[in-house]
Design a protein around this ligand. Structure first.
Ligand SMILES: NC(=O)c1ccc[n+]([C@@H]2O[C@H](COP(=O)([O-])OP(=O)(O)OC[C@H]3O[C@@H](n4cnc5c(N)ncnc54)[C@H](O)[C@@H]3O)[C@@H](O)[C@H]2O)c1
Length: 362
């Protein structure tokens, strides 16, 4: 490994869409030890514009050509979900470390193949579920690691958008490109928040239900993606817009997941951890609520979460570089953790189809 202080990581991004423009390129460009050297998008105009705006020399419309010609050291895969697996495998084969956007894969079998390939080629594979780097999540984790909750036996993690369908007819709402709707898109974040705080226990059984009630009526568009409404407004919507699930974990704990892109209900974004000594709630605003009993009295408190100077996305990317440079204090999201979340998502989808509880293979 070269001297970390003099190292500049050569990064390529596949996909030049919203998340790359708003997060990946600015994040990597802001770090002194990284340079985005190439961008690829099947939309040549977008690839060119994004590259020009950010001063990126390499512009490609075919990711295989980019990998062969540029030989980047880090590849960000930020395309519609269906492409995550082939692009990640190709980047690993080309010798790159990979930051794959969430979800890592559409099925557990695909995720296993990806993490095994990463192991075989000796490269790091991680995913973009960045919320654990947010200030409230860090504070909550500190309380849990310090023993505030005691034994964690239950958790509830919720992300209900009231009107948050990311554009009718965009790839997000089409099964063949997205592989799922709200469950895959934001359920994976909600799951990672809870599982991370719980210490990533293994899922044993899953029961779940998914619905598509508002999307097919043309209701509920807004938020992320709404600004890139596909030309066919009111276009195809054949994914879920609400998913709930219950997971039994090998720690003995139970986890409830509730997510929606659109509901006739107040929005909710919260992760609740229930322990035998204390409980905590992490959500908006920037605080962590704490619940316990002392001296026979019910205590409710608030952890004063420090203001976060950088986004959780930026912190995640900085830690990835520290990790790659051998800093043993740096943490990344492991592909095994990402696989666990994918197994739960797939379990909810299978349970929703069959109407029965699904026992996950060990
Ligand atoms: N971690 C997060 O919080 C977060 C936030 C938003 C999106 N994402 C993820 O990032 C990914 C991209 O989302 P987005 O919002 O940027 O979508 P987007 O639609 O804005 O961008 C996707 C881009 O991929 C390009 N593309 C499609 N097929 C391609 C191909 N074969 N080769 C090269 N480029 C191709 C499209 O032309 C488009 O520019 C998704 O997987 C999404 O789940 C993650």
């Amino acid at each position: 490994m070269s001297d970390p202080s003099s190292r500049i990581w050569r990064v390529a991004v596949i996909g030049a869409g919203a998340v790359v423009q708003r997060s990946h390129i600015p994040n990597f460009q802001a770090l002194p030890n990284a340079k985005v050297v190439a961008v690829c998008d099947i939309n040549p105009e977008r690839a060119r514009q994004v590259a020009q705006a950010a001063g990126i020399p390499g512009v490609y419309t075919d990711y295989q050509t980019l990998l062969a010609e540029v030989r980047p050291e880090i590849v960000v895969v930020a395309t519609p979900n269906i492409f995550h697996k082939p692009m990640t495998l190709a980047a690993l084969e080309a010798g790159a470390h990979v930051l794959c956007e969430k979800p890592l894969a559409l099925t557990a079998a695909d995720a296993v193949e990806m993490l095994e390939r990463a192991r075989e080629v000796g490269r790091v594979l991680t995913v973009g579920t960045h919320y654990r780097w947010s200030a409230p999540m860090r504070a909550a984790k500190a309380h849990i690691d310090g023993g505030f909750c005691g034994e964690i036996y239950a958790a509830r993690t919720v992300w209900h958008r009231r009107a948050g369908i990311p554009g009718f007819g965009s790839w997000f709402t089409r099964q063949e490109l997205a592989g799922g709707g709200a469950l895959l898109d934001i359920g994976i974040h909600a799951l990672d928040r809870a599982l991370y705080l719980m210490g990533y226990p293994q899922p044993l059984t899953v029961t779940g239900a998914t619905y598509a009630k508002l999307g097919p009526q043309g209701l509920g568009m807004g938020g992320w993606g709404a600004d890139r409404l596909a030309p066919e407004a009111g276009g195809r919507f054949d994914v879920d817009d609400l998913a709930w699930g219950m997971v039994r974990l090998d720690s003995g704990a139970v986890l409830i997941l509730q997510v929606s892109w659109a509901v006739h209900m107040a929005p909710e974004f919260v992760t609740e951890i229930f322990g035998d000594r204390g409980g905590l709630r992490v959500g908006h605003p920037n605080s962590v609520e704490l619940f316990t009993t002392q001296h026979g009295q019910l205590i409710t408190g608030e952890s004063q979460v420090p203001r976060q100077e950088e986004s959780s996305y930026t912190a995640m990317v900085r830690d990835l570089l520290r990790y790659l440079e051998g800093d043993t204090s740096a943490r990344i999201i492991t592909p095994e953790e990402a696989l666990n979340a994918v197994r739960i998502i797939e379990g909810i989808q299978r349970s929703a189809e069959s109407g029965r509880e699904v026992v996950l293979a060990r």
